[in-house]
Design a protein around this ligand. Structure first.
Ligand SMILES: [Zn+2]
Length: 78
């Protein structure tokens, strides 16, 4: 589970970007932390980089398919 110390630097936001499930090998549309819906594994990734494909993250049989969901969006200043 993702952790933090200073909550004042995180902002809760109800945005549809957090509901989209991305397949392994998809391009990350946002920078930040993504969580595997099936096993809870988390990764940090830059915008436009490739979400780990099947052969970078193996599930035990029965865990379910790998799907990455945005957990924390890393907001850059313009
Ligand atoms: Zn997983």
């Amino acid at each position: 589970m993702a952790q933090y110390k200073y909550g004042q630097y995180l902002h809760q936001l109800d945005h549809e970007a957090y509901d989209i499930r991305h397949s392994p090998g998809d391009t990350a549309p946002n920078a930040g932390i993504y969580r595997c819906v099936a096993c809870g594994d988390e990764i940090g990734i830059a915008k436009g980089h490739t979400l780990p494909p099947q052969n970078h993250h193996q599930h035990a049989p029965g865990v379910g398919k790998i799907e990455w969901q945005l957990l924390v969006y890393a907001q850059q200043k313009k």
